[in-house]
Design a protein around this ligand. Structure first.
Ligand SMILES: [Cu+2]
Length: 195
């Protein structure tokens, strides 16, 4: 299941994006949100084994949308990798067959996704609602985030480190907030609930 994102504002971009490569660290601590992507045809995902346990990347049981050559052998060792370039539109549920209940994700492959759409559709907040700490993750470099209350007053801000950042919201009252996530010229704003 994908996390449900509530897009408040959309800053349109008409240009199509170039083919890109995305990386995911692959072990039992990988969340479903981190393993779930919306990409376009021609994009590549690289899974990198992040702990010594044996893992693989295979289509989930009953998954019929996966290309026939999708999937890895079981590999053992930190730093092992599996990569696949997706060339056909599909929605693919996949798992590690060694840890099928804890290591899973969904790859949605579509034609000609704009950079703006790819940016928006791959930003996740976990958890949402948030109690104290929320992890904001992006496929792209995450430059900065700014959090506003319902009156538009900025109540927090921070910078990303690579593709994610952790924001501490324990000082905020319960309620609805809006998180603006910025990567260069790309930005998108999402609703976030504080418990
Ligand atoms: Cu595994």
């Amino acid at each position: 299941m994908k996390q449900i994102l509530f897009t408040l504002l959309i800053f349109s971009a008409s240009f199509a994006s170039a083919q890109q490569t995305f990386e995911v660290n692959w072990d039992q601590s990988t969340s479903e949100a981190d393993a779930t992507f919306t990409i376009e045809t021609g994009d590549t995902i690289i899974w990198t084994w992040a702990n010594p346990s044996p893992h693989d990347v295979v289509a989930a049981p009953g998954e019929s949308d996966a290309p026939g050559d999708f999937g890895s052998q079981i590999l053992v060792g930190i730093g092992e990798t599996y990569q696949y370039t997706f060339t056909v539109e599909a929605v693919i549920d996949y798992i590690c067959s060694v840890h099928p209940t804890g290591m899973l994700g969904t790859i949605t492959v579509v034609e000609a996704l704009s950079i703006q759409d790819k940016f928006e559709e791959n930003i996740t907040f976990f958890p949402n609602p948030v109690t104290d700490n929320v992890r904001i993750r992006s496929l792209f470099q995450l430059d900065t985030y700014r959090i506003f209350d319902i009156h538009g007053k900025q109540v927090a801000q921070g910078v990303g480190s690579g593709t994610y950042t952790d924001a501490n919201l324990s000082h905020l009252q319960s309620g609805t907030y809006f998180v603006k996530v910025i990567d260069g010229a790309l930005e998108a704003t999402f609703r976030l609930l504080k418990k």
